[in-house]
Design a protein around this ligand. Structure first.
Ligand SMILES: O=c1ccn([C@@H]2O[C@H](COP(=O)(O)OP(=O)(O)O[C@H]3O[C@H](CO)[C@@H](O)[C@H](O)[C@H]3O)[C@@H](O)[C@H]2O)c(=O)[nH]1
Length: 457
């Protein structure tokens, strides 16, 4: 048999920043293991192939109209992608499989939120492995959606937000991973589709590590009869190739160089979350009033209905002159690794949460939707490596919470706990440790899938 057989993989990410980055990181990890990687990508949010010369890209035309190519209603967007990508994705994959000049494809690796790819893979007799870009703890909650629905937790009643979810400690009802949408039923369909699709796949890859999410991973191993591969944190496994869709403003690094060690609060809410104008103002005043240096990512679209800095109070920049630095998009991993950064005020997207843990930076948690709410509860109550803004966005509470993390004793305790977690994150990638071994198992598993397809063809 040709030595190279089964060493070609096709990867298909969900085209959003928080999903593209981990898929490209996974591509690099698998490439370093000797696999040839082909990425199928939508034309929407397409990464720059010249930044990844070792990967082959194929772009499909999913034909989203201008109004459809919007993440204002994330549920509608993901649902639409699962419909509109079906034909172009199937055609592209079928063409790749039919190309006899190329080596055979061992399997498809696609985002958990693209469950339609399972049916496509099945129809083409190609195994599918799922990449889940969020954490395992939140996935346990998604897997419990039918039960939670049956027991009356949904739709969530705000008045019950502080009550515990008895089936899933330490979650409170307000931590359940939902999101505002025009059509809540579609949310349940997407979540159930993601979980059911993963259950019948040939395995799930997680950007997490055993020491962080041991209990959730054990639960998933019990509930799912397929192999599970926690091989993260991806971004420290291997040097990254640039996957940022927005240009990262490097000016903030020179600004950080001038600040004292651990003095700066870094503020960023990822690539999708949006706040109201009133909330934006509370954030601005909270930062101004805490009297500490801050680096704030004010991304286009962060404030609903207005342009970047428009809603800032007049005189704000003068008041925080020199102490505050604002950018539209930061080189986040570099920022978190900078010695001047003392805390990360985050929305707790899974990538940001992991990046913070890997640099040992305490978090101030402001989850906005879905898995972020579960991640934030784990950060504050389970790993105890951050504090959560629990009572809405009010400038006094923001100021108090920042000071607790940055200057008070509680902050020191958090810092030493997250430092220990950072060590564990680095440790798990060493030979003989959990993520290293899991990566080896994944490689063996993929090669065994290839034997299966080879014999059945
Ligand atoms: O100025 C910035 C801000 C962010 N980032 C990067 O952008 C990514 C953001 O990812 P994440 O923190 O996961 O946030 P989202 O973009 O909101 O991610 C989506 O995808 C995640 C993974 O599935 C989910 O956990 C989130 O809830 C979902 O909103 C990270 O790698 C950051 O390093 C930058 O490079 N520069």
């Amino acid at each position: 048999m040709d030595q190279r057989k089964g060493r070609r993989l096709v990867l298909f990410p969900l085209p959003l920043q928080g999903h593209i980055s981990p898929m490209l990181q996974l591509a690099n990890i698998l490439h370093s293991q000797g696999f040839t990687i082909t990425i199928i990508h939508t034309s929407f949010n397409s990464p720059n192939p010249s930044s990844h010369p070792h990967l082959t890209f194929h772009f499909i035309q999913e034909n989203l109209s201008a109004s459809e190519a919007s993440t204002d209603d994330l549920v509608a967007f993901v649902s639409l992608l699962n419909t509109k990508c079906l034909v172009p994705f199937r055609d592209c994959l079928a063409k790749l499989l039919a190309d006899v000049e190329e080596e055979p494809i061992a399997c498809l690796i696609s985002d958990a939120l693209l469950p339609f790819t399972q049916a496509v893979a099945d129809s083409l007799k190609l195994p599918r492995i799922v990449l889940r870009t969020g954490g395992a703890s939140s996935f346990v909650v998604f897997a419990a959606f039918p039960l939670l629905k049956e027991r009356g937790y949904f739709p969530i009643q705000d008045s019950k937000g502080q009550e515990p979810v008895v089936e899933l400690p330490p979650l409170k009802i307000k931590d359940l991973p939902v999101i505002n949408t025009r059509d809540p039923e579609t949310l349940y369909e997407i979540v159930n589709g993601m979980v059911d699709g993963a259950k019948v796949s040939s395995g799930i890859i997680w950007n997490t590590f055993e020491d962080l999410e041991e209990s959730a991973l054990a639960t998933l191993r019990q509930q799912f009869s397929i192999p599970i591969f926690p091989i993260g944190p991806f971004h420290i496994c291997i040097p990254a190739s640039p996957s940022s869709l927005l240009t990262q403003d490097q000016s903030c690094i020179a600004w950080l160089d001038k600040q004292s060690p651990k003095s700066v609060i870094y503020v960023s809410f990822g690539s999708i979350a949006a706040v109201s104008e009133a909330e934006f103002l509370e954030i601005a005043w909270g930062l101004a009033n805490c009297k500490l240096p801050f680096l704030w990512v004010v991304r286009p679209g962060l404030t609903r209905g207005s342009d970047c800095l428009e809603p800032l109070p007049s005189g704000f920049m003068e008041m925080v002159d020199g102490r505050g630095h604002l950018v539209k998009w930061a080189p986040q991993q570099e920022v978190l690794a900078h010695p001047a950064v003392g805390a990360f005020w985050t929305h707790n997207g899974w990538n940001s949460t992991l990046e913070s843990i890997c640099e040992g930076i305490p978090m101030i948690c402001m989850p906005c939707f879905t898995d972020q709410k579960v991640n934030a509860r784990y950060v504050s109550d389970v790993w105890k490596v951050g504090l959560q803004l629990e009572n809405g966005l009010k400038r006094e509470e923001i100021e108090k919470t920042i000071r607790r993390v940055m200057v008070e004793k509680q902050g020191e305790e958090i810092r030493s706990r997250i430092f220990r977690l950072k060590e564990k994150a680095n440790h798990c990638l060493k030979q003989g440790r959990s993520s290293f071994e899991s990566t080896n198992s994944l490689v063996t598993h993929i090669l065994s899938l290839e034997t299966f397809t080879f014999h059945t063809q």
